[in-house]
Design a protein around this ligand. Sequence first.
Ligand code: GRG
Length: 292
Amino acid sequence: MSREGFIERLEYFSTISTGFIIDYINSRGFETAVKETMLYSVQGGKRLRPALLLGAFSSFSNDSLAAALPFAAAIEMIHTYSLIHDDLPAMDDDDMRRGKPSNHIQFGEAEAILAGDALLNAAAECMLENLVDAGEPGQRASVIIMKAAGAEGMIGGQSLDIAGVHTKQQLKKMYSMKTGALLKASAVAGAVLGGCSHGEEKYIGDFAEHLGFAFQIKDDLLDVSGDSGIMGKPTGSDEGNNKTTIVSLSGIHETEKLLDETAGEALKELRKVEADTWFLQELMKFIDQRKG
Ligand code: GRG
């Protein structure tokens, strides 16, 4: 499949998951300020997690994507809630997100907290409403997603980050929970919904662990050398906040080498899977080469 074919597919996954999320929020029976604040933050973003979920699903199933869409939407709503809460003054205190003022800058802290809470709740609702149709794979996918978002995954990682990390080992553990867990859950939930075997689930999980680490390595590199216009947020924030990152511990050259090695490891795992994983392979390369 060509690079153009990949970008077309990525945009398609992004369009359908965004459409699903916006329709879902709009279709809810409430007309309070929180609807506007939720809709504000779900717009924008690369939709990497829905792409991973839908790409993994398509590797194992030729069925309509409709079966996987509620789960892709749920994971993106969880990711968006984490960004809203992460930007709050009590957390990372960031004023810009997705190329516009962060939710709390636009609407105030109280509304931003509620927008995040409501998105997390909507994610659970969205999956639960589809459990009858999605059957046992849907139940497993829901558990995979909610666990990855919780204290064993993303929230636990945020807690480790707040406590402070100083060594490469601590940093890797923190990254694997804070950002890696949700990325891994996206790929594994998609594969499970698509009907992968037990063995394939393990390979997809290992692939996604490497992909998640590569994503974070790239994020650290972009913070020192990225284009803030493309990224939709200021660069240099890690150094400004005195944060330990892979770049601060290893330097740019070593970090670039580590990124190549980690992306290579991810692709190696995919070669163990018999299903056609072309989209996931291209997504790994896209993350490696992304500029924002
Ligand atoms: C506050 C509960 C809570 C959790 C926060 C994941 C997380 C935990 C915070 C995110 C903080 C952050 C900016 C980490 C750097 C890596 C990262 C997740 C970047 C944003 O993800 P992208 O690049 O964003 O996929 P888009 O906007 O494209 O979706």
